[in-house]
Write a protein that binds this ligand. Structure first.
Ligand code: SAH
Length: 255
């Protein structure tokens, strides 16, 4: 009987995995990986058997059951199975189900953390998630429920919404309903941590306009204190486009 190590691959570029994650990966016999992880990570475990079990958004329960069964089967046949997940395994990563399945099968596990998308987006935009005084709490929230409905909320000074990409217009409405003032800053970042990351600045009222820019890309939406630019600080990555609030307006006017 082998063991399973869950590893957070981070949000994109292979160099955002932790050193511990890279070291465990190098020892893997089998790697079960998702769609969001960088193919360059394969170079960290060139001799392992790489099995793609990727899914986007919510996998149906059959998909998850298949992954659970695969994990158990490979753990019985190999010494070290790595379950590689995008970002951090503990954040919207179905870790609960997979840990349970392995516990039921008596398989020993370890979890290696990774950089979750909310943190990668904060780094990408140089907009700290906590701020002295005004930003004392951060919530990691999913915009999607199992039924595909969207739920807004207002439970922290800064809220980061995962899996919101396709529903920015409805998210904006829900944010208003949840009591966020229309002029609250919103920062939208897609493919944070990748060389082609995109970031745009909005307000709750204008969030819907971010839809086209980030369409089809993994996107997080940061709302509230942590979404505002630090005075005098720009993103500083001239090689990729960044729309600041003024530019967003300009773009809308010229459209
Ligand atoms: N475990 C992952 C999240 C998985 S859920 C983590 O900790 O980051 C998938 C969602 O994560 C996507 O719908 C998107 O909202 C977000 N996401 C993942 N990678 C991202 C990236 N590089 N940039 C922006 N958002 C990302």
């Amino acid at each position: 009987m082998g063991r399973v190590v869950f590893i957070g691959a981070g949000p994109g570029a292979a160099d955002l995995i932790t050193l511990r994650g890279a070291q465990r990966l190098a020892q893997a016999d089998v790697v079960l990986f998702d769609a969001l992880t960088d193919p360059a990570l394969r170079e960290l475990a060139p001799r392992a058997n790489w099995v793609h079990v990727g899914k986007r958004g919510f996998a149906d329960s059959t998909g998850q059951a298949t992954i659970n069964a695969l994990l158990v089967r490979h753990a019985r046949a190999s010494a070290l199975v790595v379950r590689l997940k995008g970002g951090d395994p503990s954040v919207f990563g179905r870790l609960e189900e997979e840990l349970q399945a392995l516990a039921e099968a008596g398989v020993d596990c370890e979890v290696v953390p990774g950089v979750t998308a909310a943190l990668a987006a904060a780094a990408e935009t140089k907009r700290p998630l906590t701020r002295r005084g005004a930003g004392r709490s951060v919530a990691l929230t999913t915009a999607m429920t199992r039924e595909g409905a969207l739920r807004g909320g207002h439970s922290a000074d800064t809220e980061v919404f995962y899996m919101a990409g396709r529903q920015l217009g409805s998210l904006a409405r829900r944010l208003c309903e949840a009591g966020w003032p229309a002029e609250t800053p919103v920062s939208v970042v897609s493919r944070a941590g990748w060389p082609d990351a995109l970031a745009s600045s909005h307000t709750v009222a204008s969030l819907g306009r971010a839809t086209v820019l980030h369409a089809g890309r993994p996107t997080v939406v940061t709302v509230g204190a942590g979404a505002s630019a630090v005075a005098g600080v720009s993103r500083g990555r001239t090689e990729t486009p960044l729309l600041e609030a003024g530019q967003e307006q300009a773009e809308t006017l010229s459209a």
